[in-house]
Write a protein that binds this ligand. Structure first.
Ligand SMILES: Nc1ncnc2c1ncn2[C@@H]1O[C@H](COP(=O)(O)OP(=O)(O)OP(=O)(O)O)[C@@H](O)[C@H]1O
Ligand SMILES: [Mg+2]
Length: 416
């Protein structure tokens, strides 16, 4: 089996040294080496930037420069081939210094023979291999460490969402009963108020004709002092307004329950239009000052999915859309069916996402928002959730015009 020769560069001013070194290398039986020659410091650096050498032999005295200068230039250029310095006999201090500065070995000129040279070359090559292996392992460890950190943060974020969901469902449950009897009592009160008002109006007509000094006339004074005209008029309105208020609370409670669906950690049959509606109601406060919301829902079958998780996806898309709008804009939510899939899109007329950033938005912790406003996890979690539904999430954006995120999930088992 033939292996390609190991390329070595010799930097040495004397061509005779080059020929001698080449003659020595030719004596090796096992490995083959191929030796190139550079006659000075500059030529050496030039040769290294052109060709890939597995090893460099460099003589210590390089005209005005030294082997130390050469080592330094290599260090400045980043990882380079290992260097063996050819030193002069009797200069112990130089030998030690070149080793301190990163040479793999030194050989004393005129003193080394073929076997010494071979030992030195083999040692340098195998040390380089070990170093590369260590470097690779260190990088691998670093990568694993950051994957671990990322997974940990994801779990924390997901648990946070789950406990927010649980809290929301708990609060919704607690409010449900009292608000139920408050609104039922208000409806009864509205009926009572209606009949009391009718009676008061009759009484008012009677009092108007009461002769001065009669007991009825005294009642008329009281009627005026107590401003009953106004109270009778206002009573019905107040009850009506309160009923509107409680109806709103009832709706919020329903949305909260729908949104959190803690009791439904498993696959559920749900209609994506309903998921979108309850999520929109939950984030309405965030949207209403920034955007006019347009809904264009198509008729959708119920699909088997994790509604609570999809709600999280839609919530993040809606909040992102509103963050992207600086002052006033439009957010459009559309749904339709396409080729066995349910598709939902959220578009905004916001700032858009520049091309270089678009590649990164699904990465965990990538955010362009100021600290405290975004963690950069929203889209990466959305990506995972959609992938869990065997679907896909895509983005289409134009800077200055707006962005559309499209979520597509297969409608595997349609239910009527
Ligand atoms: N509709 C959009 N318009 C413009 N840029 C967007 C839009 N949606 C996402 N981005 C960009 O993608 C980045 C990542 O979004 P992602 O939802 O993952 O994190 P975030 O919103 O910054 O923080 P988090 O959702 O964790 O609170 C955002 O910081 C923003 O730069
Ligand atoms: Mg977000």
């Amino acid at each position: 089996m033939s292996t390609s020769p190991v390329p070595i560069l010799l930097v040495d001013h004397d061509e005779k040294d080059f020929n001698a070194a080449r003659a020595l290398l030719e004596q090796f039986e096992t490995d083959t080496y191929c030796l190139d020659w550079a006659p000075d410091y500059e030529a050496g650096l030039r040769a290294l930037s052109k060709g890939a050498y597995a090893l460099v032999l460099v003589e210590y005295h390089l005209g005005g420069k030294t082997g130390l200068d050469f080592l330094q230039s290599l260090k400045d250029r980043g990882p380079e081939a290992p260097v063996i310095v050819l030193t002069e006999k009797g200069d112990r201090e130089v030998d030690l210094q070149v080793m301190r500065e990163g040479a793999y070995d030194f050989l004393i000129k005129g003193e080394y023979d073929a076997s010494l040279l071979e030992r030195s070359l083999r040692y340098a090559l195998s040390r380089r291999k070990t170093e590369e292996h260590l470097l690779h392992t260190a990088r691998e460890l670093e990568r694993m460490n950051s994957t671990l950190k990322e997974t940990q943060s994801r779990i924390i974020q997901q648990e946070k969402m789950a406990s927010i969901g649980q809290l929301a469902a708990g609060v919704a449950h607690e409010i449900n009963n009292p608000i139920g009897f408050v609104s039922s009592n208000l409806r009864t009160l509205a009926k009572y108020a209606d009949s009391v008002t009718g009676f008061f109006k009759e009484l008012q007509r009677l009092l108007a004709d009461a002769p001065a000094g009669s007991p009825l006339h005294a009642l008329k004074d009281q009627w005026r002092d107590r401003q009953l005209d106004y109270a009778v008029e206002d009573m019905i309105d107040l009850i009506q307004e309160s009923l509107e208020g409680t109806d709103r609370v009832v709706k919020i409670v329903k949305d909260l329950k729908n949104f959190s669906r803690v009791d439904e950690a498993e696959h559920q049959h749900a209609n994506i239009n309903d998921c979108l509606d309850s999520t929109i109601n939950i984030v309405w406060n965030e949207l209403k000052y920034k955007a006019q919301l347009t809904k264009e829902y198509g008729a959708l079958p119920r699909i088997k999915c994790f509604p609570r998780l999809l709600n999280q996806v839609f919530m993040n898309l809606l909040v992102n859309a509103s963050h992207a709008i600086e002052k006033q804009g439009v957010i459009t939510v559309k749904t339709w069916q396409d080729n066995g899939s349910i598709v939902a899109s959220v578009s905004d007329t916001g700032c858009g996402i520049p091309e270089p950033i678009r590649k990164k938005i699904f990465e965990p912790f990538f955010t362009t928002k100021e600290a405290g406003k975004g963690t950069g996890l929203g889209l990466s979690i959305a990506y995972d959730i959609v992938a869990r539904h065997k679907g896909e999430i895509t983005v289409d954006s134009e800077v200055g015009r707006g962005t559309t995120f499209t979520v597509r999930v297969p409608a595997l088992e349609p239910q009527s």
